[in-house]
Design a protein around this ligand. Structure first.
Ligand code: ADP
Ligand code: MG
Length: 331
């Protein structure tokens, strides 16, 4: 199981940002409305994630850090096998196999909090009483301390932190109802407060987009929503006249997950048509919601690829929605 954990770790734990991604997703899965991300030295030194989610009890805590199933592989030649398996239910075990990990939690309504500590390949989980408010903290210290090869691939503190910041911006865009605080070396770098769904979808998302991208983006964008069958699209698209040629804001989400998808990119470019000069880059935020069985998100989770079952139809629907949004700029 130890070898399996480290191989899985290679898949899931490429760099500090991949750790942050898994841990923040866990916090959101636990229903947190507030997530704090504390990074030290680009994540090389420390990644601490705190949430106010439903928490996890003592017994589950130990289980969460150990791999649930016996490994199906016994040596490195079976690497292919684990690649295709993915890492469902393995994130915490994988991360703890390449760091010193402490997970502390108190389920709401219980009196006791517990800490589970796992360090590197010795998969023994040490458990002890702790003090903690309702919710969970995961503290990841000395990432890759026992895998020098991987540590060598870590980039400068600044670079690794930039990856984390980019990731948090994406996650924050997808969840305007959750508040996020991102700190680097004790300093608050990003702070997003929660926006209630009572504002309505467009208003709620617009507020978060304004915080994450800029109020300028919101002011220079047209928003349009459309619904066809069970497909819902909401798009914020920047006025073609104001699109530049560097650092464009380009965000697409499919069922809440950030994607960098060819079909969506193509549809957006096509919608702008002659409105953009070749050197201009489109700027947009698009949310697409469709029934889960209309889409395979597991084509390659790490690469944000997705396969739509009715690709042509969806493509045309996106084009139509964006053209409607762009129409306000052509009067
Ligand atoms: P997965 O998320 O695929 O189940 P993980 O290794 O990421 O696998 O997490 C293992 C388990 O630990 C989760 O299924 C969940 O029960 C528990 N867990 C992890 N993070 C949290 C958290 N922040 N709050 C509550 N429970 C958590
Ligand atoms: Mg997880």
């Amino acid at each position: 199981p130890q070898l399996a954990n480290q191989i899985a770790a290679g898949e899931v734990v490429e760099r500090p940002a991949s750790v942050v991604k898994e841990l923040v997703e866990n916090a959101l899965d636990a229903g947190a409305s507030k997530v704090e991300i504390d990074i030290e030295r680009g994540g090389h030194k420390r990644i601490l994630i705190r949430d106010n989610g439903k928490g996890i009890g003592k017994e589950q805590l130990t289980l969460a850090l150990s791999r649930h199933a016996t490994s199906k592989i016994s040596n490195i030649d079976d690497l292919e096998a684990i690649m295709s398996l993915g890492f469902r239910g393995e994130a915490l075990a994988s991360i703890s196999s390449v760091s010193r990990l402490t997970m502390t939690s108190k389920p709401a309504g219980q009196n006791e909090a517990w800490s589970a500590i796992a360090e590197g390949l010795a998969m023994d989980v040490d458990i002890k009483p702790a003090a903690h408010p309702d919710g969970t903290s995961v503290d990841v210290v000395d990432l890759f301390f026992n895998t020098p090869a991987r540590r060598k691939f870590l980039r400068a503190e600044k670079t690794e932190f930039n990856h984390i910041e980019t990731l948090i911006k994406r996650i924050a865009l997808s969840r305007p109802d959750v508040s996020f605080i991102l700190k680097h070396n004790q300093k608050v770098v990003r702070k997003y407060r929660a926006h209630s769904a009572e504002l309505g979808l467009v208003e709620q998302k617009s507020k978060r987009i304004s915080e994450v991208i800029s109020s300028n983006f919101i002011d220079s964008a047209s928003v349009f929503t459309s619904q066809y069958d069970q497909v819902n699209i909401a798009v914020w698209i920047k006025s073609p006249e104001l699109c530049g040629s560097v650092n464009p804001a380009q965000y697409s989400f499919v069922n809440g997950r950030m994607m960098r998808d060819k079909l969506i990119q193509h549809a957006i470019r096509q919608s702008y048509g002659q409105l953009l000069h070749p050197e201009q880059l489109p700027e947009y935020v698009i949310f697409i919601e469709l029934p889960a069985n209309e889409v395979d998100v597991n084509v390659h989770p790490a690469k944000h690829e997705v396969r739509f079952h009715h690709a042509r139809l969806l493509h045309d629907l996106i084009v139509k929605t964006i053209k409607d949004a762009l129409a306000v700029f052509q009067i």
